[in-house]
Each structure stands twice: as C-alpha cells, then as structure tokens.
Design a protein around this ligand. Structure first.
Ligand code: MIC
Ligand code: SF4
Length: 643
C-alpha cells in the first residue's frame, strides 16, 4: 500500500512503535523552535537536565511575544534567552527579527524534516513538507537533549483543494472554510494532508496560512507536499539546496477525504468568540468597526502585507477606525520599506507596529470597551485582545484593508479596483544579521524573574480530591492562564499562578490552597475540548503547583493533555453525560488504590458527596500512566536514571 507524505517522514524518523492510527510512536526530532514567552521555562528545564549542548540538527530561540518591555521583565527574559542560547548551541533570533513561525519558514524550514516548537502554531511549517508539531516546553527541552518525541500516530484526512481562488478570495478564506467544516472540537488524533489540482497555484505563504490555522481546529498538524512551489520559495530565500521533492504515493490510502472547491469560496469571516464560527463577509456586511489589525503568524507574509498596501495606496482609512499593521518578519518589513509600500500604508493612516506577535496575544492594541475589532490573526477568543468585552472578527488582509477604508465590515470584491494580487518575488531580501549564532562564550544571565522549573512529587497513595472548579465546554488555555501582561511572568511559576483562571474564577488559587491545606487534592472538572488553543504548558504547570492531580473532562485537547501528563496530572474522561451533570463544585472524590488503577484503561471515581460512582476512561497511554504516577516526566526520567 502506498504511503502518505506524513507516513514517509515519520517512517524515516521512527525510533519506536508502528504507523497505525492510535498507536504511540516515538520519532527523532531534527529541529526545535521556542518563542520567548514559553522558551525561558523550556531552557530552564533543559539546563536542569544537565546536558551542556543541544543534540538536534538545529534549534532556534525566537523573541517575538514579549516585546512591549514595560518595566524590566521582558528585557530580563530576552537576556536570559540570548545567553543560554549562546551557551547551549542554539541560534537566537533577536527582538525585531520577526515572529517565530514566519522567520522559521523563511530561513530554516526544510522539506522532509521533523520540527517541534513550544508554540501551537509550529504547524505552520507543515506548508513546507515538514512534519511540524506544537508541543509543551518540556517536550522541546527533551528533544534538545536528544530524546525522541512521543505522539499518537494520527488518522489522516486528505483535503483535496480543487479549482482556483477567485480574485479577492484568499488562503485565509480557505483556512476559515476548513474550520467551518471540521470545527474546533473532535479533531484530536487527526492530521490533514493537502492535495488536489489547486496546489500548483498556491504559493508557500498561502499554504502557510492554511497550515497555521490547523492549530485552531485542534488537529495534530497539517502537511503539504514539497513541490515546484516549495522550490520557488526556497530559491527566493537563497536556500535552493534545502529543497527535496516529497509527495504521497498515488495509491496512498487515507482515513477520510474531503474536497474544497476553491472556485466556490467567497470572503469569509470568523465571528466572536471562536475561530470556527464562520460565515460569509457579505452576510454581516455593514457591521461598524472600531479597529483593524493586519499581521500575526497567519497573515503577515510579504504578499499579504503588499496586497493590503496596494489596496490602501492613495486612499485614507475611515476617520473612526484605528488601523495597525504588523509585518511578520524584518525581511517583510524591510522589503515593504524599500518598495515604498510602507509609505503608502503610513499615508493611508496606518500605525506601524513592530514585527512580532503584538496585538495577536494582547501585547498592545487592546481596543476600547465593547469595540468591534477586525483582525487577520487566528484566534478570537473572548478577552484575548486585552479587552474583555471586545468582539474580534477574523478575516483576510484583503477584507481587513477594505474594512479599514469603509469603517464597516466590507467584502473586498465591492472595492472599485482590480485585484492587486502580489506574486512571490524571485528574490527576497536576505539579511540574517539579527540571528545570533552560538559562540559558547557568554555567561548565563539570571534575574529574580527567571525562577526554577518546579518539580512535582509522586502521586500520593491515597487519592482524596475536591472539585475546585467546574467548567463548561471549549475552555481554552487562554482561559486557564491568560496572555497579555501575565506572559511577563512565564519564567517564574509562583508569580504565574496568580493569573490562573483570572477571568473565570479569580478565587481558584485560594480555593486550591484551602483544599490542599485540609489535606485534599484539588480536581478540575471540564466539558468538551478542554485546553484548546495555545501550547502553553503553564496551563498544566500552574495547576500542578496549586496541587491539582487530576482533570476530569468530557474531552481534552492533544497538546494540553500531553502537558498534563508531563507534570503528573491524571487526565480522566467522562464516559457518561449524566456523570458530568451529577458532579458539582466542592464535591469530594476518591480513587481507591490509585497506584494500580491509574495503570488501567478505565478508572472508577467515587463521588462521596452525591454517592455516585463514575466509570471514566484513562486519557493517558500506558507509557504516560507510569509518568503520571512518578509525578511527571522530569521525575520519571530521574527514576529511570537511578535504577
Ligand atoms: C498563542 O498564539 O496563543 C501563543 C501565545 O503563541 C501560544 C504560546 C504561548 O502561550 O506563549 C501558542 O499558540 O502556543
Ligand atoms: Fe504569535 Fe499570535 Fe502567532 Fe501565537 S498566534 S505565535 S501570539 S502571532
């Protein structure tokens, strides 16, 4: 039987296991990336492992999330990252060089390689024929130390893209269409492999937009073939030698197939507060808009920014709109400047923001109370903009530019101009002077903000829990531990715990302390798709520090579940809707003989408050169950070394 692209890469990197959906496989990791908000913890964990140098082919540390530098906090983290990178053999991308996913795509992506990153949108490099995964920081630390990554071999959905995009309809509209069809839940354990006769017309930056938003769907990753378009992209980046062809066999078999005919697509928009609430722009046109923001790792390539600039050239934005533009990398920003396009944007009334994540994660540009903000990024979760009651709509750069001019949500096809599509330039501007290559000579910088990686203890013999919080469906990791100003403290867990469930239940930390103080174990109860979104391991680390040992949910998303395991928290899944309904905040739960039953596929949980007994499914794989009982991955590795 023929092989898919994904299977070819995994087979070439297989350390353990077999490529059967649902089986756990261990794979060798070629490249890693981190960003500054989660990177510091990953490097602290790497340091704690005692390895002097990274053992990967390539590891890059990016500075893109913590860019505001209000007070010394962000600067402290940058300096730690720069010096630890120098010491450990990691390339450091300085603040201002761009967003990790955009820069990695431009300068380091390589067909056929495996890549993991402590950021959920690491999947963007799937557009280059890489097997790219978002993971927790501890998984990155282990891969840098030469350990394989464990993943559940996924079911593969083939998405055939057919036809051609009409003028003004873009890759973002495709990404939103995929989300409309497969939604943000129920996709754990699947990947998408793209194919179809439209591929020769989709350039790598367009493919990157589509692969990027797979993170919102909760799929393990997306992958495109490495073909002539991939070669063109690498040639423009002066990296032709990094190209190799990679496509699926003609008789490859997929678990599911879907076809999206690009001819039928129209400009799409995701409405508040979930990226899968997608409708056509024309259905809600005329919505008055206060803010428009163009950028983020989804839509900030040269083509995206240049097309927006061409739309805005010679026009003015609506007087009641604030427009911000945020080029994805210094390469893009510098090319916009040299071509004059930056001037067109400034003349139109745009505010020029630094190349970084910025507005996408609430680092600046929080709009006014109740504002309507139209953005080109990938997540419109409630509160993520920095304003709790703002309403964020996700669109293409074309729709965003048209909207900025009109002051209301606008289908760009109504603009009185020919579509100014921007082709991939034959040669991009190459200047790697903001990448710092290791010299192995710097002293590692420390500050009070750079804490120590917390460690857990083994699971207690007696499990007596109390439900500390009961949550509904689709709680994302921004809900668990917010972005914005909370991100400054990611390298210091004690400080980070102050922000846990800040906007849902600010008393959660105190309640956990009370439960733990009385000798109990705080338990989190949740509905479907718990832990969507970001890969931030703090969504597991902070609860761990508060004493949480078990999350009981209807379903848990992949990266978050792996993070729970890494920090010794047992993920249990309800098997009956009625059990979720039965349980309440404050209920006392016990699990008898946890050290033996946690090794099983089903675990009985007794609710002493209601008298019910729940038969739950153990979400952890057999290998992971041992890790949980040991109190997390670091403990488990230590135990193995001691044996
Ligand atoms: C995000 O888009 O939510 C982030 C911020 O990039 C996160 C990482 C983080 O929490 O620092 C992600 O996507 O993993
Ligand atoms: Fe940065 Fe936003 Fe991309 Fe996350 S989604 S990496 S915050 S630009």
């Amino acid at each position: 039987m023929g092989q898919s692209i994904f299977e070819k890469i995994i087979r070439a990197h297989l350390v353990k296991g077999s490529c059967i959906p649902g089986n756990e496989v261990a794979i060798k990791i070629d490249q890693t990336l981190t960003q500054d908000s989660l990177g510091a913890m990953a490097y602290l964990q790497f340091e704690a492992m005692g390895k002097p140098r990274v053992e990967t082919e390539l590891s890059v540390s990016y500075t893109d999330h913590l860019m505001l530098q209000l007070g010394q906090g962000n600067g402290d983290v940058h300096r730690y990252l720069e010096t630890v990178a120098d010491r450990c053999g990691i390339i450091y991308s300085k603040a201002g060089n761009g967003i990790c996913h955009q820069v990695h795509l431009e300068r380091f992506s390589k067909p056929g390689k495996t890549l993991i990153g402590s950021d959920s949108h690491t999947v963007t490099c799937g557009s280059m024929g890489m097997a790219a995964f978002g993971v927790g920081g501890l998984d990155v630390a282990l891969a840098m130390g030469g350990q394989p990554l464990y993943i559940t071999y996924p079911r593969i959905t083939k998405v055939n893209l057919t036809g051609r995009l009409s003028p003004w309809v873009t890759a973002k509209d495709v990404a939103l269409e995929v989300l409309r069809r497969i939604t943000t839940k129920g996709n754990v354990g699947t990947i998408i492999e793209y194919g179809g006769d439209a591929l020769p017309y989709l350039e790598v930056p367009q493919r990157a937009t589509i692969a990027n938003m797979g993170a919102e769907a909760g799929i393990t990753t997306s992958i495109f073939p490495s073909d002539g378009k991939t070669l063109e992209f690498l040639r423009a980046q002066g990296r032709e030698e990094d190209w190799s062809e990679l496509c699926s066999d003609s008789d490859a078999v997929y678990d599911r197939e879907l076809t999206i005919c690009l001819d039928d697509l129209e400009p799409n928009v995701a409405v508040p507060h979930s990226p899968d609430l997608v409708c056509k722009v024309k259905e809600i046109e005329d919505l008055k808009v206060n803010q428009v923001l163009i950028g983020s790792c989804t839509n900030s390539s040269y083509q995206d920014m240049m097309t927006a600039a061409r739309i805005l050239r010679g026009r003015k934005i609506h007087p009641e709109v604030s427009l911000g533009i945020n080029a994805g990398s210094r390469q893009v920003l510098s090319m916009l400047a040299e071509s004059g396009a930056l001037g067109w944007l400034i003349d139109a009334g745009a505010r020029v923001l630094e190349s970084g994540c910025g507005f996408c994660v609430g680092q600046g540009q929080a709009p006014e109370m109740g504002a309507v903000s139209v953005r080109t990024n990938n997540r419109n979760y409630k509160g993520r903009s920095g304003t709790q009651d703002a309403r964020v709509y996700l669109v293409s750069p074309e729709t965003a530019a048209a909207t900025a001019i009109a002051g209301k949500l606008t289908d760009p096809r109504t603009l009185d101009m020919a579509y100014p599509r921007t082709e991939l330039p034959e040669q991009m501007k190459l200047d790697d002077s903001m990448l710092m290559f290791p010299t192995f000579s710097k002293e590692i910088y420390r500050s009070p903000l750079i804490g120590k990686p917390p460690v857990n203890t083994a699971m207690p013999e007696e499990f007596s829990g109390t439900v500390a919080i009961k949550l509904g469906d689709m709680i994302n990791t921004d809900d668990i531990i917010p972005g914005g100003s909370a991100m400054t403290f990611r390298a210091n867990i004690q400080k980070s715990t102050r922000f846990i469930f800040q906007f849902i239940d600010g008393e959660f930390p105190d309640r956990c302390e009370e439960i733990a103080g009385a000798g109990g174990i705080p338990v989190i109860v949740a509905g479907e798709s718990y832990g969507q979104g970001s890969s931030r391991e703090h969504a597991a680390l902070c609860p761990m520090v508060m004493g949480v040992r078990c999350v009981l949910a209807k379903s848990i998303e992949r990266i978050h579940q792996a993070n729970l395991v890494n920090f010794g928290i047992l993920p249990l899944l309800f098997t009956k809707e009625a059990d979720y309904d039965d349980i309440g905040k404050g209920d006392v739960l016990t699990i008898d003989h946890i050290h033996s039953v946690a090794l099983e596929d089903t675990v009985q949980v007794k609710n002493l408050t209601t008298g019910a007994v729940y038969t739950t499914r153990n979400g952890a794989t057999p290998r992971q169950r041992e890790i949980i009982l040991a109190g997390g991955l670091l403990n488990s590795i230590q135990n193995q070394e001691e044996v």
